[in-house]
Write a protein that binds this ligand. Sequence first.
Ligand code: RIB
Length: 301
Amino acid sequence: MTNPQSPLRAAELIIVGSANVDLVVQVERHPRQGETVLGGDTSVFPGGKGANTAVAGAKLGTRTSLLGAVGADAHGELLLTTLADAGVDTTLVSRVDAPSGAAYITVSENGENSIVVSPGANFRVGVADIDRAREAIAAARVLFAVLEVPLPTVREAAACAARAGVRVVLNASPVAPLDDETLAVLDPLIVNQHEARVLLDKADGEADGEADGEVLARGLLALGPRSVVVTLGAAGAVVADAAGAVTLPAPEVDVVDTTGAGDSFAGSLAARLAAGWSLADAARDAVSIAADAVTRRGAQG
Ligand code: RIB
């Protein structure tokens, strides 16, 4: 069942990705394996990497559409309402017979989070949904995907967009192996340092260390994408393409909650690319928007 919101004019930015309800608990520190810790009250926020990215894009004034799925439950209603309120077109969000996606999040005193996602409806987003959205995808400027929906769906979306000459951006989070055909159309592939190490088969913390985002970015570029962005948390981001790699430092801020910072970054970057900005300029702007996002609670705030 598709939802009844009337379509916006053709979307400039189409996000293929997840919508989750985030159940967030503040803790002094994250529990160790087998340990129980007491936390604060539970807060409920709209989230999901796809929805967060879409909201960031729409907030910058880009006509943004989310292609995804929510359950026919109260959480699904909340997610659709908050997306629509933020100006995101939800006509490509199906309501399916599965619980809406949920994320169980603990946030420690230094603002660092740890997240378990129960994908629910998000894993019902299939290749057939991409087929149905073919015309909308071809009319967009940027197709953006995250990996909280099934990989075959993301592959199909990337191929469909690339065939139509639409720029493809992938935030490979949560990280998963990518085939050569998909890698070849990404412009850029976005990952954080941990995800970069997984794609490069390096152990976390191995040799090149914190300062070497540029080494990671160049390594990823050799896997085949047209360009790469590696986010470095408080240290900013690295952008790399055939012309070289550049590090973009982040401003210093008081961190309250890092949840969704990567999505704010990715959504702003995608929106700026859809508006015709260069990758370096788009990433520079996205670094400062993400730095601002970590000063507030919740993934979409
Ligand atoms: O990136 C943050 C997001 O990851 C949260 O909103 C949560 O829903 C998970 O998808």
